[in-house]
Design a protein around this ligand. Structure first.
Ligand code: PMP
Length: 351
């Protein structure tokens, strides 16, 4: 540990990302990427934007992208914040909206970046246990807090929360910001965006990394009351006025304009997910109900880490968490039907 590091940096436990394999012939089902690739319209738009204009700074406000998002989601431009992936949007959220005297609440089993941000920005937090069926229950959040954040569907469980339940949390906490991280919402969940009209304390965060297959382009956004958006803009403009590069802005616009491709690919992923869930059930797994592009399942006889290692030996990578309570589960990204079939064949060999 370097003696030159600040106490904050010394105290950090950085997030360890899923394995990024270099080998070509691996079936990579460990980081919830989309197997289909972005819309061809995105590739054309990005290619067309590669040119002399790259010498110019991008639009710092990303107005054209915000207008596209505003029209798509039925909100106003000043209700939108855009950032370099939803991870960056969330970083601004922790700095601008979740830093208060009282602790932030989030589930004990959830996106592992939340405690990392708390460490980085000095935010106190309390982890609220999931129910016996691994659900987030509003009644467990009835305590003084400086904000609430959770993914919907939750990660890594994949379990979705109906909008009415999100609304219950908003009713219970009129004086705290409630942040709904909807990274996986397009795979069958119910978005809370319409609730932003009625609840000035609601912020919804989404990403283009999953259902739009643009994890490599790094675009995320938040939708909420203009006051919340202004706080995020203040933080952003104090760090870097140009978070989204030119290619990301045009690529993201093109993604939202190709509705047919979006619908086709997300439907294909949901169909593959449901088929894979049934096959895993037949192989002796207990499968949590997923509204995401991944499945969270545990085998009733076999150790999860051994299964993950057995799959790795057969060139299939899935995610295993060492965390108590979920260390017997595997998180499996839904790939193409062919990739899912390779996974099932490998599991049959192991079991
Ligand atoms: N929230 C959740 C719940 C996630 O699982 C992820 C992706 N791992 C993100 C946010 C961040 O996604 P991105 O930065 O690619 O938008």
């Amino acid at each position: 540990m370097s003696r030159f590091w600040s106490p904050v940096v010394q105290g950090l436990t950085p997030y360890v990302p899923g394995e990024q394999p270099k080998l070509q012939n691996l079936v990579k089902l460990n980081t919830n990427e989309n197997p289909y690739g972005p819309s061809p319209a995105v590739l054309t738009a990005v290619r067309d934007a590669v040119g002399d204009s790259l010498r110019l700074y991008p639009d710092p406000n990303a107005d054209a992208l915000k207008d596209t998002l505003a029209e798509y989601h039925g909100v106003a431009r000043n209700e939108i914040f855009v950032g370099n992936g939803s991870d960056e949007v969330l970083a601004f959220v922790f700095q601008a909206l979740l830093q208060h005297e009282a602790p932030v609440l989030f589930p004990d089993v959830t996106y592992s970046f939340y405690p990392v941000y708390c460490g980085l920005y000095g935010v106190d937090f309390v982890k609220v246990p999931l129910s016996a069926t691994m659900e987030i229950r509003p009644e467990d959040y009835r305590q003084p807090c400086g904000g609430i954040i959770f993914p919907n569907p939750n990660a890594p469980t994949g379990i979705g929360m109906p909008a009415a339940t999100v609304e219950q949390l908003l009713i219970d906490h009129p004086d705290a910001v409630v942040v709904v991280d909807e990274a996986y919402i397009d795979f069958g969940g119910e978005s809370a965006i319409p609730l932003t009209k009625r609840y000035p304390n609601l912020l919804v965060v989404q990403t283009l990394s999953k259902s739009r297959s643009l994890a490599g382009l790094r675009v995320g956004f938040a939708i909420g009351h203009p006051d919340l958006i202004e706080a995020l803009d203040r933080v952003k403009n104090s760090f870097n006025s140009y978070p989204l590069d030119r290619l990301a802005q045009v690529g993201a616009i093109a993604a939202f304009r190709d509705e047919a491709y979006f619908q086709q690919t997300r439907q294909a992923i949901m169909a593959s997910r449901d088929k894979l869930a049934a096959q895993l059930g037949e192989l002796g797994f207990e499968v949590l109900p997923s509204q995401a592009n991944f499945i969270f399942a545990r085998h009733l006889q076999q150790d999860a880490l051994k299964l993950a290692q057995g799959l790795r030996e057969r060139a299939v990578i899935v995610r295993h968490f060492k965390q108590p309570r979920i260390d017997q589960y595997l998180r499996i990204t839904v790939g193409t039907d062919a990739e899912c079939a390779t996974l099932v064949t490998a599991l049959r060999e192991i079991l």
